[in-house]
Design a protein. Structure first.
Lengths: 367, 461
């Protein structure tokens, strides 16, 4: 039997070797065999069941299965599909923070047909791959690229999104600095809490028949169906949404560590690519809600932001791009309450930002 | 490679166990486990494998020469050679830049014009642990406590054995000498069950408990300026619990893995926060290190056999070096000296005959003193440490904030586990299927969280 170790003297505080080995005086090995087999069977059964559910539901689109319609949690494939049916002169690149930048408003101000190619959790290689897909894959005559960045775009520790590697079109244009062992990552994701929780949420939605919580227009513009409906009916609790963002953002910024030199190199390559193809570039940093910024101070947000600003400003100067640091709401007369949560701006702030970065465009004067 | 990673759990471990138990010849098995352990270590950075192999070779030869010689001078020379080699690699990789930095600071303070450039050195993971393992071997042979290893394979398997390689426990050769000499040929189900229990308990403690405290601790120590008492205590207590659950989790997993190989490791933690005084704490915390320091440093220095002053001196030196072992920074040195001072104070008070009668108050006082010590251990600078201490003393006000409510609830839950429940070594295992199922569910939950898991805190040491 295992026994309680009591260390009572300084000279004899090393535990006896056989402290926790189970003696079998009164318990047969057969019972222990059942115990071990019971553990292994249940563990294997649970892992296999969860992996099977994740494989069949396939909420992140990592596998070949498409048994049920799932809410789109990774925008890469969907945006790449939408891009095939469009032909634009301007493109919006960035993370989910930039998904409410309206292509229609950009067209109003510039005269360019525009597509919003922002994707969730975007890093530089996402932006460059989407840009190349537009130019090389879909042969768009691009004239203007609006590129939203923030410290997460250059995160030293964020892995390349599997949705990028998975998509047959986008995967052709992933920068060589970011090789991804896709099969291993997809296998690990079979037993990830993220995919499992979304799978079960999907099952729950299927059972209830609830609608998807968002959709994209054909020009890539995002509609938060449920949140926007709640806003319209005055039932929106922004404070609760912001509070729910705090932990998520803290977790993400805790792992950034520093800016990735590889991602900085890819960013410079992207600006160079735009120069070669005659695409004007406007780079801008989007704001977080002030209360989230306060939380992120503990995770060196200010330092990371300042490093991002310094790098992007210098890169923009060298490549002739325009740069706008809009991380502070006051720089574009933004509103504290024009957010969906702590990180995502709504259409009001998005419109102010669009106006700010395009106010001197020739198309703007025409309007 | 991390214990808490998919590749370890689903690929490395099954393969290593299969090879270990399928192979027949003890020599082949030892060679296999050594090779597997090198793969485990090299997964992080194979460039440092030659360093560990060199350390193993030097100590094996030194041990052999010490044992085979009756000439005291020769024995001493070989021992000195072994210790010098181990301390040199430890000194170079771990402390070189620390000394350069200290010299530069000293030079600046006297307005000297010279400045030494820091070297671009990567600290090999686990170096503090395997050099201590190795040094204890030659010292014990010199003291005629253990016999030299039967073969280089036995010794290399002892040094590299993957369960203890990266972050301990610091296993001495005498701990597993007999077990390596007579390898078990069959894993009994009772030992497998013990291994499962320890491994799952460790995984659960790390992934489901320790990592939950990281956020509040990080928030405080990364930005301690102006922290109110509520935030400061939430952060410090979070770190106090995080480091215990994290490090004891690693030790539990190491013990469990060793059981899977049919080997038993010594206990490394014994409910340290239940300690009733600081001496008691060091009997319960990182036992393999504290006994190492006691047997190879404190006692050779004279221990507590001399006068009060000599005892205090010996405690101070031991804890100074114990602090430095943890990290090349003055904050670790101060943490060590702080514990040296507490131990010295305790020795003095005990001689005066003063003791607290209430176990509850003794535990509370010890816990608070230990928690204060963690401030120096965790803070990156003395400025940060002093800001945290100011916050804890309420010099920045209380600053209650509802966001810390969740943190205190978590702390309360952890406190119940730490103060009132038995630790993993105290729990009696029963061959009850329900327990097996519960462990399987806990293991599955921990596996699902692996994607969000962080490295063990003690990897940095």
């Amino acid at each position: 039997m295992s026994k309680i170790i009591e260390n009572t003297s300084l000279s004899d505080n090393r535990p006896p070797h056989r402290a926790n080995l189970i003696a079998n005086d009164d318990i047969t090995e057969i019972l222990w065999r059942k115990y071990v087999r019971g553990f292994l069977s249940v563990f294997a059964a649970l892992c296999c069941s969860i992996a099977t559910v994740n494989f069949l539901i396939n909420p992140f689109g990592l596998y070949s299965t498409r048994l049920v319609k799932t809410p789109q949690w990774n925008a890469r494939h969907e945006k790449a599909t939408l891009m095939k049916g469009a032909r634009c002169q301007a493109i919006i690149l960035g993370s989910s923070h930039a998904m409410k930048i309206s292509p229609v408003e950009v067209k109003d101000l510039t005269g360019f047909q525009t597509f919003n190619a922002a994707v969730d959790m975007a890093t530089v290689e996402d932006e460059f791959a989407l840009l190349r897909t537009a130019v090389e894959g879909n042969h768009w005559p691009l004239k203007l690229a609006l590129v939203a960045v923030d410290p997460e775009t250059f995160s030293a520790n964020a892995p390349t999104d599997m949705g990028l590697k998975r998509d047959s079109e986008l995967s052709k244009y992933v920068a060589s600095q970011f090789p991804v062992n896709f099969r291993w990552e997809a296998a690990k994701a079979l037993l990830s809490i993220e995919q499992t929780s979304v799978s079960f949420q999907t099952l729950n939605w299927l059972r209830k028949g609830a609608p998807s919580d968002h959709h994209f227009d054909v020009d890539g513009y995002l509609h938060y169906d449920l949140l926007e409906r709640a806003k319209r009916t005055g039932k929106y609790d922004l404070t609760a949404q912001i509070n729910s963002t705090k932990e998520r953002m803290a977790g993400r910024y805790r792992t950034i560590g520093a800016l990735s030199t590889d991602r900085q190199k890819v960013f410079l390559e992207m600006l160079n690519y735009c120069q070669i193809h005659g695409i004007r570039v406007k780079i801008f940093i989007l704001p977080l809600h002030p209360s989230i910024r306060t939380v992120l101070l503990a995770y060196r947000y200010d330092r990371l932001l300042s490093e991002t600003v310094d790098f992007v400003r210098s890169a923009a100067q060298r490549s002739g791009a325009d740069f706008y640091n809009l991380s502070d709401l006051r720089t574009f007369q933004g509103h504290n309450d024009a957010f969906f949560d702590g990180e995502h701006i709504d259409e009001v702030n998005a419109r102010l930002i669009t106006t700010k970065i395009l106010e001197h465009e020739p198309g703007h004067a025409i309007q | 490679m991390l214990f808490n990673s998919y590749i370890f759990i689903f690929l490395f471990l099954p393969f290593a166990l299969l090879g270990w138990w399928v192979l027949d010849s003890p020599r082949v098995r030892l060679a296999f486990i050594t090779f597997a352990s090198y793969v485990f270590y090299g997964w992080w950075n194979w460039h440092f494998l030659p360093l560990m192999i060199a350390s193993t070779t030097v100590d094996y030869i030194a041990g052999d020469r010490i044992a085979s010689s009756d000439n005291e001078k020769t024995r001493k020379l070989w021992l000195a050679g072994s210790l010098t080699f181990n301390l040199s690699i430890l000194g170079f990789f771990k402390y070189c830049n620390f000394f350069i930095q200290t010299l530069n600071t000293g030079a600046r303070s006297v307005d000297a014009s010279w400045h030494l450039h820091a070297l671009n050195i990567i600290l090999p993971i686990g170096i503090s642990f395997y050099t201590f393992n190795s040094m204890s071997y030659t010292i014990d042979i010199y003291r005629r406590i253990v016999r030299p290893a039967q073969s280089p394979l036995h010794f290399s398997a002892f040094v590299a054995l993957f369960p203890h390689l990266i972050a301990g426990p610091i296993v001495r050769y005498s701990d597993i000498e007999d077990q390596l000499a007579r390898l078990k040929t069959r894993l009994t189900h009772s030992q497998a069950a013990t291994g499962i229990f320890f491994f799952v308990a460790g995984m659960t403690k790390k992934v489901l408990i320790a990592d939950r405290f990281a956020k509040n601790a990080d928030m405080l120590f990364l930005s301690p300026s102006g922290a109110g008492a509520v935030a400061a205590w939430a952060g410090v207590l979070s770190y106090t619990f995080q480091i215990y659950f994290d490090f004891s989790a690693y030790s539990d997993m190491a013990v469990g893995l060793a059981h899977f190989l049919g080997i038993q490791f010594p206990q490394n933690f014994n409910s340290p926060y239940k300690a009733v005084n600081i001496v008691d704490f060091w009997r319960r915390w990182h036992i393999s290190l504290s006994t190492w320091l006691r047997d190879y440093l404190f006692i050779p220095l004279g221990g507590s056999r001399g006068s009060d002053i000599e005892t205090i001196r010996n405690l101070t030196i031991t804890m100074f070096l114990g602090g430095l072992w943890h990290g090349a920074d003055w904050t670790f040195v101060v943490w060590g000296l702080y514990h040296g001072a507490l131990l010295a104070a305790h020795a003095t008070i005990r001689r005066w005959g003063w003791t607290l009668r209430s176990t509850f108050i003794s535990r509370l006082v010890t816990f608070v003193l230990v928690s204060i010590g963690w401030v120096f251990f965790r803070a990156n600078t003395f400025t940060a440490a002093s800001q945290v201490l100011r916050g804890m003393c309420g010099l920045n006000g209380l600053s209650p904030d509802p966001q810390y409510l969740g943190a205190y609830v978590r702390l309360g839950g952890a406190a119940v586990i730490i103060f009132f429940l038995p630790n993993t070594w105290e729990i009696r295992l029963k061959p009850n299927l329900l327990y097996a199922y519960a462990l399987a569910v806990a293991m599955t939950a921990a596996v699902l969280m692996l994607g969000n898991a962080s490295p063990f805190l003690y990897f940095q040491f």
